[in-house]
Design a protein around this ligand. Structure first.
Ligand SMILES: Nc1nc(=O)c2c([nH]1)NC[C@@H]1CN(c3ccc(C(=O)N[C@@H](CCC(=O)O)C(=O)O)cc3)C=[N+]21
Length: 296
């Protein structure tokens, strides 16, 4: 069994990005600037956004955190987004999900200028992704592709089973694994809450990507020998024995599934850190595209 070490690979990627940024600085060029909008005080969301800001500092990007109260109206949030769209200093921004219930996610994502949509959630970018055009690939799926690529995991002709059809992970992942090229050329099955007899499908899988948020969902009996397992789940489980009072658990019964797997991602230290590294990569791409478009 080989661990797909997202922590290590994400560090490699951040070092590569930092090198590019150093060259930009040496040439007197503008460095990439990422903004993150967070609405409300959800603990996990604050942790992720905090990691994103820290990662920006680490690679030499500029970053701006826009903190808004959970009571904000949809119209006010749309105004903030318009401000970021118009701000020539900002190369890319994200609006952290989930949003409070008075706000329509789709309206918000549609309001983001596609050229600044480093999350890749705008329908224009999602469409480009599905049509193999150059665009921002959502950071979590992008991170999974990067892990498969850097560990040279064979995907062509393999049966990939994706569990979960979220717009952020499962749906794009199912498209990306079936695209031409590497990593891709896979035969994909997208499963979800209405799927019948899921174990019959997962035991046929060469590659399983779980994005459910249900701790210990994928058991050893549900996989075949030498399976490749990508665990996107991250659930906080209360644990008094830890300093923070909780620990992070994935969707996979790691202890038992890892005994059968050829490659497997740990949680934490797998897909999560890759997500952040790929957001930085998208922000670098956004800066390079803006430089071409604006001439500065
Ligand atoms: N617009 C938007 N874009 C996102 O990309 C987005 C989002 N909203 N909302 C929430 C999810 C979740 N997400 C994570 C990022 C990093 C870790 C991460 O680094 N996890 C660490 C553990 C972190 C911890 O201790 O909690 C690990 O797996 O090793 C996890 C989850 C991005 N998301």
């Amino acid at each position: 069994m080989q661990l797909l070490d997202g922590k290590k690979i994400s560090e490699d990627i951040k070092n590569e990005i930092a090198e590019v940024v150093n060259k930009m600085k040496a040439n007197g060029e503008k460095v990439p600037h990422l903004a993150a909008v967070i609405v409300g005080n959800d603990g996990a969301s604050l942790t992720y956004v905090g990691s994103k800001v820290k990662a920006c500092e680490r690679v030499g990007f500029e970053s701006t955190l826009v903190k808004l109260p959970s009571t904000i109206s949809e119209l006010e949030l749309l105004k903030v987004i318009e401000g970021l769209n118009q701000d020539d200093n900002i190369d890319g921004f994200i609006v952290q999900l989930p949003l409070p219930k008075q706000i329509d996610d789709q309206k918000v994502l549609m309001a983001i200028d596609p050229s600044k949509d480093v999350d890749g959630f705008h329908p224009e970018n999602f469409g480009k992704m599905a049509l193999d055009m150059t665009t921002f690939i959502p950071a979590t799926p992008f991170g999974i592709l990067e892990l498969l690529e850097r560990y040279n995991v064979e995907t062509a002709g393999k049966h990939t089973v994706v569990i979960g059809r979220s717009h952020i992970v499962g749906r794009p992942m199912s498209i990306l694994m079936g695209r031409k090229g590497f990593p891709g050329n896979s035969t994909v099955t997208l499963t979800h809450s209405h799927t019948k007899n899921i174990a019959q499908i997962t035991t046929q899988a060469d590659i399983i990507i779980t994005a459910l948020g249900v701790p210990n969902y994928l058991k050893a009996e549900m996989v075949k020998d030498d399976v490749v397992v990508i665990d996107v789940g991250i659930t906080r489980v209360a644990d008094d024995t830890t300093e923070k009072g909780y620990r992070i658990t994935g969707d996979v019964d790691f202890e038992n599934v890892s005994k059968k797997a050829s490659f497997i991602t740990p949680v934490p230290g797998g897909v999560g850190p890759m997500t952040i590294a790929m957001l930085l990569k998208n922000t670098l791409l956004a800066r390079e595209m803006r430089k071409t478009a604006l001439g500065k």
